[in-house]
Write a protein that binds this ligand. Sequence first.
Ligand code: 8YV
Length: 331
Amino acid sequence: MAERKRPLVVVTRKLPDVVETRMMELFDTRLSPGDEPMDRDRLIAAGREADVLVPTVTDRLDAGIVDAIAEGGRCRLFASFGTGVDHIDLAATRRHGLVVTNTPGVLTEDTADMTMALILATARRLVEGERLARSGKWTGWAPTSMLGQRLSGKRLGIVGMGRIGAAVARRARGFGMSIHYHNRRRATAELEDELEATYWESLDQMLSRMDVISINCPHTPATFHLLSPRRLALLRRDAILVNTSRGEVVDETVLTRMLERGELAAAGLDVFEHEPAISPKLLKLPNVVLLPHMGSATLEGRIDMGQKVIMNIRSFADGHTPPDKIVETEF
Ligand code: 8YV
């Protein structure tokens, strides 16, 4: 029997060595050893020469780019390295019959860990304290110095009770927080029982009552600026907002203004509206903890993500529906 032709797979960014090695064994693979993000023209060229393109969050596959790649007539699969697919115009891929896959499930625990780390860091002023300790200006312990907020007994409002939201809730319960959530669909009774979670059909009502709010929903057209100026104004002045999902879910300009004016206690942000740009105003604020989109950045997680990409490509190349095919109604 003739051996099946290996698909040409073009990977836009450097992946962990073990993932790249396995890809080279299985596919005709073009890697990105220099790890430079591709500009528009290079992305189109890469997509046109590939049977399968492996993009990441840093590749903005808008309708124009998807059209240009599809016109090449070769590429059939975008096997994205990551869970969020908001960098890909799904309507355009659907128009051209291009299949899109992602890597759900394998970065849940890592992202939830980072969310909890941001909740702790903001509530207990971890970064401010660290800066003070290094500054040489610390004059010693004082009863009223570096006071933060106790987490135990506080209400955590989770916006988006998917896998990551539930994993954040499990951790927060260990810190004595009570769990509240808003989601498009109510969670199962089993999950609510396990987390002793209170469901808020009205996001507005939940926001106005929470001590800490964690954004854990995907960015879709429906969740763009879900935390709009009107909704942000509902937050309590002593509330803390943490976002490890996507910057676009929160109106960052208004959030920044509220933090400047003391209308919100603190924010912990791993994601930004115009990544990798971070507004200079945010950079100046002492009551924010800023991270460079590293929620899923563990070696184990990135290897697992790579394995998922490989499995999606393999099953697609073998004529099967890839396990993580994006079904648009989910988003
Ligand atoms: C990924 C993420 O590392 O998976 C996601 O949606 O936000 C990140 O944690 C990134 O998207 C890689 O493409």
